[in-house]
Ligand binder design. Structure first.
Ligand SMILES: [Fe+2]
Length: 409
């Protein structure tokens, strides 16, 4: 063994110590971006061929009643064929806007009754979430949603195909399913990679019929995903890059899709941006989503609208405690903030987002959507129990939640 001079020994030891400390400080992280996504006008035409390659013969189509009469659904039927004639596919269309446990159980019952072999979910985030989770209930009919994490065997779930008709939740590329529990009326987040889709179809033509209000609200959800995931403190530079490009696409495309629903280019970019937002939030979310979830379960607000109404207040709250947090979001929005002091960069970014939401008609207050002051206690109790704020850029207390709700009431 070589005899090193004492100084070299010390340097080597210091180097090893530094390396060891650096390695110790960095948490083990998993990066996953696996979903096969077919994107483009006419992508829906790929459905049958891709399904056949997976051996799918009797899919259950999961959607909500509002979608049945839309052109998007008619396009799907034209491709799948007339189900009443040859019984090659079956339909469950009872999904609620904020999906409940019973939706999942009913979809699973239909699946079993008709001996289906796959789920094709078409619609917004709700049918997609129900479609994902129904496969688990098919396998475990007595599943207790509140204790889903005790499930140890996730193998053998039926294949799942996701076809979004809104550009917002990004549920199509997510590995979670958000379902309101029957017992507690709280949202449970089922989470497992096996919940993911075998493939996703992003066809902009399926979203051209989405009304401006829903276009704005769903797009605001996607924007909130990108902003909250980017500012969440976890180490995930891949998600950070995706979130920033998602912000850029949304800022450029959402006003166009809102003002002219038939702008297929803008619709396409919003579909991709929404999927990017959901990919980014595998990194995690923040306080705005914790404020938004109870607004849906208790007051029935659309999830995207709830986020939009809380976003600016949530950003102000975080920026006050972590100056400079939104500089790169602002730059992604097209603002020149490279040399601005932290506070100025945050203020300009937050003002830009506030004006952006106003231009989409999303500058209303909670009370204009039926939220009452008497509901504050219940809202705060659920918000503080919600897991999203645990990964917020800064810590949040119940009193903070109350103040934030009051600010936007
Ligand atoms: Fe969301």
């Amino acid at each position: 063994m070589p005899q090193w001079p004492n100084t070299l020994k010390s340097l080597a030891w210091l180097g090893a110590l530094n390396y060891g400390l650096a390695a110790f400080q960095m948490n083990l992280t998993t990066f996953s971006f696996p979903t096969t996504t077919l994107f483009g006008v006419g992508a829906l035409g790929e459905l049958n061929g891709r399904s056949q390659r997976l051996g799918i013969k009797r899919p259950l189509v999961v959607t909500d009643s509002g979608l049945i009469n839309t052109d998007a659904f008619k396009k799907l039927v034209a491709i799948l064929g007339d189900s009443s004639r040859d019984k090659r596919w079956f339909l469950y269309s009872g999904v609620h806007p904020n999906p409940v446990e019973d939706d999942v159980r009913q979809a699973a019952a239909q699946f079993t009754e008709h001996q289906c072999d796959a789920v094709i979910a078409i619609g917004g985030g709700s049918p997609l979430d129900v479609g994902k989770a129904a496969r688990l209930v098919v396998k475990r009919p007595g599943l207790d949603f509140a204790r889903f994490y005790e499930e140890t065997d996730w193998t053998g779930l039926a294949p799942f195909i996701a076809i979004p008709t809104t550009a917002g939740t990004g549920s199509e590329v997510g590995r979670s399913s958000v379902i309101t529990l029957a017992a507690t009326h709280r949202k449970a987040v089922l989470f497992h990679p096996e919940l993911m889709a075998k493939f996703v179809i992003l066809d902009p033509e399926l979203t051209v019929g989405l009304p401006p209000k829903l276009t704005a609200a769903t797009g605001a959800d996607a924007l909130t995903h990108c902003i909250e995931s980017f500012t969440c403190p976890a180490f995930h530079p891949m998600c950070d890059g995706i979130a920033l490009e998602g912000v850029r696409l949304i800022i450029r495309s959402l006003p166009r899709a809102y003002n002219n629903g038939k702008d297929v280019d803008a619709r396409g970019k919003m579909l991709v941006a929404a999927a990017m937002g959901a990919v980014a939030f595998q990194k995690d979310l923040g306080v705005v989503h914790s404020l938004a979830h109870p607004l849906s379960t208790i007051c029935g607000l659309h999830h995207g609208l709830a986020n939009a109404l809380c976003l600016v207040a949530g950003m102000r709250f975080c920026a006050a405690r972590k100056p400079g947090l939104y500089r790169r979001i602002g730059i992604a929005c097209g603002l020149d903030l490279m040399k601005s002091p932290h506070e100025d960069a945050d203020n300009q970014t937050i003002s830009f987002i506030a004006d952006f939401l106003t231009s989409l008609g999303l500058n209303t207050r909670l009370r204009e959507h039926g939220v009452k002051r008497e509901q504050l206690d219940a809202l705060v109790a659920q918000a503080i129990d919600d897991p999203c704020h645990k990964t917020n850029a800064v810590p949040v207390t119940a009193e903070d939640m109350r103040a934030l709700y009051l600010e936007v009431l």
